[in-house]
Design a protein around this ligand. Sequence first.
Ligand SMILES: Nc1ncnc2c1ncn2[C@@H]1O[C@H](COP(=O)(O)OP(=O)(O)OP(=O)(O)O)[C@@H](O)[C@H]1O
Ligand SMILES: [Mg+2]
Length: 268
Amino acid sequence: MTLLSVRDLTVHHGLLRAVDGLSLEVEPGEVLAIIGANGAGKSTLLRALAGLNLPTSGTVHLGGRDITRFPAHKRTSAGIALVPEGRRLFRSLTVEENLLTGAYRKRPGPWSVERVYELFPWMTERRRQNAAQLSGGEQQAVAIGRALLSNPDLLLVDELSLGLAPVVVRRIYQVLPEIVAAGTTALIVEQDVSQALRVADRVHCLLEGRSVLAGRPAELTAEQVGHAYFGIGDTVQDGAAKDAAKDGVVRDGAAKDGALKDMEEGRH
Ligand SMILES: Nc1ncnc2c1ncn2[C@@H]1O[C@H](COP(=O)(O)OP(=O)(O)OP(=O)(O)O)[C@@H](O)[C@H]1O
Ligand SMILES: [Mg+2]
């Protein structure tokens, strides 16, 4: 059975439609990556799935159960855990104390503090250190461990690699297959497009709150992804969105070059 089913989801921030009639499905055991330019609505989508932003319309089903109106704590109990953008650890608490905050609404399942230490062996020695003393990559690992401790069926990670050195990113992604093998499905927002295409079973590209391209990385060309990302060409149906995205490309030329270069490097 489909693990997560999102239908026609619309989420507003005030008057702004940040997620706009978006539909997607996540199957158990897969890694789905969400890519898209700044402001595309990636974080709003994840926050809406975690119950931190309530949708204006649309539905969210988890394992066939309608959780659209569930508040955040009930979503944790239902099996969704979010690693938020910026990690949000308690800086004055130790590594282990941070991990244990994730066990507050623990469901039965494979993840325990010990199991997280097996996933990230360096944590054992540093479990009594304050989170403030950790590097960005170490903090991200603790944030992932904390989320796993609720034993989610679906792990949401916002900007997994943002601000981290490539070697650190590789190390964090190395554990993803182990997380999935333990029975946790992953939906990740990844700003590094080539990284997303390498690790994901399927990718959705968001543009102005809509999913404008979806598929398996092997089935998508760099050109398709580039067009969807920047809102140019045929992938985008809506003329207004297309024009706005073109403006965005002009404003955001450096980001465009960087992302396209990443894509090319990732695929050749
Ligand atoms: N709390 C908020 N209040 C008002 N507008 C918001 C709020 N959060 C996000 N937005 C707006 O909603 C839109 C989508 O933002 P969101 O953070 O979901 O995008 P994103 O794809 O995660 O972007 P980024 O890549 O920069 O993280 C943007 O136009 C943003 O300015
Ligand atoms: Mg974001």
